[in-house]
Unconditional design. Sequence first.
Length: 309
Amino acid sequence: MSADRGSIVAAEDGTALAVREVGPADAPVTVVFVHGYCLRMESWHFQRRQLEKRWGKAVRMVFFDQRGHGRSAVPAPASCTIGQLGRDLDVILQAVAPRGPVVLVGHSMGGMTILALARQVPELFGTKVIGVGLISTAAEGLNKTGLSRNLQNPVIDAFRLAVRTSPGLVQFGRGAARMLISPILRSASYGTDVSPSLMRFSEWMLNQTSVTTIVNFLKSLELHDESAALPVIAELPSLVLCGDADMILPFSQSEAMAAELPESELVRVVGGGHLVQLEFPIRVTDAIDRLVGRSIAEQGDSERTVVGG
């Protein structure tokens, strides 16, 4: 992705967000990909390559690094919330896709970002946003999953406090932080045996994420509730996809979310862990391709209905 067209978009608080684009700026539809916690836009590597071959110039793809991740700036601790990420996505859409229909695809925290936007700016959905993909994500916080139980211990609590009071010191001691948090995330990444190169790739993304970012987002990830967004997207073509070996966001949560989205396609990836888009890239790419096709087709039907009426 380093060779793709790049730009910087300033969030409402001035935080610099790194953006990459593939495909013509005047393409009929734009698909915006939103990555997850402790990842970066490169987590969509396989989808970026595979979908460019399928879509060519018919679709523009937009990728960006969420605040505190990848090439984007590390923000103030107080801004590390799911609600703020939703506002960041709104700014991204205004900057790089001010015209034309958009399909949003989010993984993990990226899906939560999309739901936060739907709750905050519902008028975008069904007008500008014509489809939504939710991959390995949930509408409610991680306090109902296994990950949160792993993170609720005195050592992690003390680490949170240290980050807030002296982030420079904690960043210096990032080795100790990795010993606490990395094994939890690593063990949940894949449900099957993957190649050493893929394992190194996902660990590289984790290791490149600032320790302050890792800790500052924990509270919002545990406690957020974007369930009010589900009625907003209920009538849109949607995709709900999850691996059934995901330890962070179990497949049962995807089933519950899909049950509230009558226009959704629910995809169960057998054996898939949390990084399902890397572990089973073709399954995820195929599902995104179907979502975009359905979204475009339904938009065309709606426009013909309006004209005919």
